[in-house]
Design a protein around this ligand. Sequence first.
Ligand code: ZN
Ligand code: ZN
Ligand code: ZN
Ligand code: ZN
Ligand code: ZN
Ligand code: ZN
Length: 337
Amino acid sequence: MYKNVQRKEGLECKVCMNPFSDSIGYNIPRMLDCGHTVCHSCAESLQKVASDKRSIRCPFDRHVTDGFYENVENLRRNYAIIDLIQARNEEAGLAEEVICEDPIIPCYENSKHESTKYCQACKVDFCNSCFLSVHSSKILSGHQSIPISEKPIRLPNCPNHPDSIAEHYCKDKNCEASTPLCCFTCLQSAHKNHTVVPMEEKADENERELMNLLETKNLTEIKGFEKLEKAKKCIRSIETDDAECRSMTKAIGEHFEREKKKAILKLSDFMNTNMMLMESNKYEIEINLERIRKTKKSIEKVLKKKDLFFVKETIEQGESVCSLNFVEEGLWIYIWR
Ligand SMILES: [Zn+2]
Ligand SMILES: [Zn+2]
Ligand SMILES: [Zn+2]
Ligand SMILES: [Zn+2]
Ligand SMILES: [Zn+2]
Ligand SMILES: [Zn+2]
């Protein structure tokens, strides 16, 4: 019988998106004081990014959790989630194979089964169900299996001597770049006098490096997650806080209304001042014209009377009228425009 077990909503850590587990240490759901739950490894990362190692800041609401004596192990497990996981596992049936699209270690019998066992005699990986059916015959029933996690590291074969196992790793620069694997024969020939280490040692070194990378990734992920939550909060505050937005719009409106009134006042002030000036200019022009008219009349009178002997006063009057200056025209043009 096949059962297609899908990951259930809510059963993964919302920070790293890895599924919670009831048995795998770093995937155990840990509760914070605020009620939020993160996986064990995210809790550790949160502790690492905290300025005070005795406290953890919740990535969802910034609430501080302390009192776990600097050890994440002391944070309570979320048993509601653990119960759900166990119920799901029971539902899936431990003896039945689990179909999954992309198993981490595919079963030898079916590449869509996740392996759980390693047969020490067959030297291959099986899911529970396939192990049982393959070994149901009398001949094979004696095969011993071990959990897949305890499967020994299998050393690769030597690329130059495919029948021999490559037990060493050459750290010589040129060899590392091309063919670092070497068997016993290679040690005496191609890699003679090179610095070599046992493959297991190299594997440990690689494992440590990968673990470090994973940890750095976790720290970066936590920081990214905190940034994301902050951004979400900002967006939410803009979307929901209508009142704030409305009062700002109102303030802007009022500001421009005030400025408009000020500008109109200024303009009418300007107009009034100029109006007075223009009135006085007009008056001055009228007076001048009046003077011109009078002068013209008196000159005509003198001419008609032919009283041409004593005209000094009239000439002076005429000259002063001719040199009269009228108001600058600039101001008028400005108003006409
Ligand atoms: Zn919280
Ligand atoms: Zn996590
Ligand atoms: Zn076997
Ligand atoms: Zn299988
Ligand atoms: Zn070799
Ligand atoms: Zn070498």
